[in-house]
Structure formats: C-alpha cells, structure tokens
Design a protein around this ligand. Structure first.
Ligand code: KG4
Length: 339
C-alpha cells in the first residue's frame, strides 16, 4: 500500500507544503514573505500573519500539483520546532485540524533533523545518490551551525556547534553593517565573486573540539570598518567586493577546518552539507575541493532544498511513519528544541 505524506513547514518566514509518496517527492510549494525586507530581518508578528494567509492556498496547491486527493493521505507531518513560536503555531494548528478532519495520524518533525534528511528526498524512482550511514553533516543556517554525526534516520549526534552566532548570522550581520539588504548571505556570495579573498585578514577563533564561534569574526569585521571609515568615508564602497570575498573566505575556512578535523578523527569520509548557507558558492567549492584532496564522498543539496522547505519535513515524516512514530493532539510547538 502507498504511504503518502503531506509535509507542512512554517518555522520562520517560508510557508511550505509538500507531498511525498513512498519517499518520492510529488510536489513542494513554497511561499516566501517579502514583507520582511524593509525591516532588515524577520518580524515575528508579520511572519505568523503571512503564514495564516498562505497556509491554505499553499497546501491546496501542493495537493493539486501532486495530483493527490486529501483522502489519499496517510499522515500529516509538521515542523514542531525550533523556530518562531507564532509561525510554528500556524503550521501546528493547521496539521491538527487536518489530522482531525481526515482522521489520519499526525507526525511532529524537528526542523534540524529535517534539514539533514533533505538528502534522502527522491525526485524520481531512480534517484539513488543518497548518503550511507554513518555520515557527517555540516548544518549551517541562519540559526544553526552544527556538525552532526548521522548514524541512522533517527539517530543523530551533535558533535560540535556554535557557542555564539551561527554562520548565516555572521553573513547577515556583516552584510548589515556594510549597508547590504537582508538576507545578506546571498548578496555577499554574489559580490564576493568579483573580489579578492586575500585582500583582508580576519581573526579566526581558537576553541577546542568541533565547536564554532563567529562572534569574534563579526567584531573583527566591525572594527576594520570602523577604523578604515575614519580615514576614508568611502572605504566600504571602494572595497565592497574585496570585503565580501575576504569575509566569505574566512567563514568557509572556519567551517571546513572543524569539519575536516571531525572527519579525520572519526574516520568518516561520507560528508554532507545542509541548511541555507549550503547554497553558498564558496562552501560548495570547498566541499568539491575536499572531495578531491581527502577522498570525501560529498552530498551537496539542490538549491531548492537548502532553504526551508516542506519536502524535508515530508521525508522525515515518511521515515517516522514507517516506525509508527506519531504524536497526539496535545503536542505544542517548541521555539527551542535540540536535535
Ligand atoms: O536554513 P535557512 O533558510 O533558514 C534558517 O535559518 O532556518 O538559512 C538562512 C540563512 C541566512 O542567514 C542566509 O543569509 C543564508 O542562509 N544564506 C546564505 C546563502 N544563501 C542563504 N549564506 C551565504 N551564501 C548564500 N548563498
């Protein structure tokens, strides 16, 4: 019998719904929220209102594109957390209503686990390039920077994580002080293509183990701008591409240094990357270089699966469904939840 899962993602500022049948993606609809651009960051209240407006049309569209009637659904999976409480509440409440109305089970999904399992979304029956266990996953987004040892679909160990800012936050905050629009990561990536990555040097953290820190880099970047602007008030304009390229190089080096150390220490050569920052061209290039130099088998997601999407929620829901890992109607969202 077919297993058909509807996935719902509403943890931050993207409303998304996806239908996955027997592990194969049939649809993945994402409505992004442009309303936040003017504010230089996501405004939680506006995000939850937009989710409320978007959720029904997005789910209808996902079912329509999949060619699936709601009576064919086996279960509804939704992001329980981490994320913005008001945003999570919309997806969670919708999933509850849907599950009750259709009398189908409900599956709670951890957003971080979903980012990792995005590597198992099949886009067609013959799509085979999936990681084998155990593998390491560098999860880098606006809110997280973690190295995860993935032992199975369910068993994941965080072996390193940021002690302050996330990598995406470092991109976004440094972009903000340069006067670039939000989110700054993709803008820095674009500008960096025309810059010299050796033009400026920034401090790299010296912390033990596989943990990350990006707050020192942010401060060092800020001080360079402050001191240079005193001498030349056109410093940012004149050096924008070099600043972006040098910053990006440093962030990628910090990420890869620890990941390489973890891979070496654990003797794991199967390495994946996930989360919004995995869209970054220098991160992707670094993975390709490591594959050649260290014999890694790498897994880099398609761009559409790097940022928040419901296909990753649906695939996680699919594996949980096979284990009959359902949740009850009293499940409430969690703004903060560990992997
Ligand atoms: O995973 P994600 O979509 O959202 C969550 O944090 O859950 O990640 C968003 C982050 C933002 O910080 C954004 O600037 C960053 O991913 N990002 C990038 C790129 N595309 C998105 N950072 C660097 N280079 C990119 N090309």
């Amino acid at each position: 019998m077919d297993t058909t899962i509807l996935g719902i993602e509403s943890s931050c500022d993207d409303t998304s719904a996806s239908v996955i049948r027997n592990g194969v993606m049939l649809s993945n609809v994402i409505a992004s929220q442009a309303v936040h651009e003017a504010f230089g960051g996501v405004v939680p209240e506006l995000a939850s209102r937009a989710h409320q407006q978007n959720i029904i049309p997005v789910v209808s569209e996902a079912l329509k594109r999949a060619g699936v009637d709601k009576s064919e659904l086996s279960a509804v999976a939704f992001t329980r957390g981490p994320g913005l409480m008001g945003s999570l509440l919309v997806g969670t409440s919708f999933a509850k209503g849907f599950s009750a109305a259709l009398n189908i089970p409900m599956i709670e999904v951890n957003h971080l686990q979903a980012h990792v399992l995005a590597h198992f979304i099949k886009e067609n029956e013959v799509d085979k390039d999936q990681p084998s266990f155990p593998f390491l996953c560098l999860l880098v987004s606006g809110g997280n920077s973690q190295i995860i040892k993935v032992n199975s679909y369910k068993d994941m160990e965080v072996i390193g994580q940021t002690i302050d800012d996330a990598a995406g936050e470092a991109f976004d905050k440094c972009a903000k002080v340069m006067g670039l629009p939000y989110p700054g990561g993709p803008v820095i990536d674009r500008l960096a293509k025309d810059g010299n990555p050796d033009a400026f040097r920034f401090n790299k953290p010296h912390i033990p183990g596989y943990n990350y820190s990006f707050s020192g880099l942010k401060t060092s970047f800020l001080y360079l701008l402050r001191d240079s602007l005193k001498k030349n008030d056109r410093f940012i304009e004149e050096n924008k591409t070099d600043l972006c390229a040098s910053l990006q190089r440093t962030i990628v080096e910090i990420l890869m240094d620890k990941l390489r150390k973890a891979a070496k220490d654990l003797g794991i050569k199967e390495v994946a990357v996930a989360g919004g920052v995995s869209a970054n061209s220098a991160v992707r290039k670094a993975f390709e270089d490591h594959a050649v130099k260290y014999g890694w088998k790498i897994h880099v997601p398609k761009f559409s699966f790097t940022t928040d999407n419901a296909a990753m929620v649906a695939i996680t829901g699919y594996y949980k469904y096979l284990d009959k890992d359902f949740c009850s109607m009293d499940t409430a969202p969690f703004a903060r939840v560990e992997l």
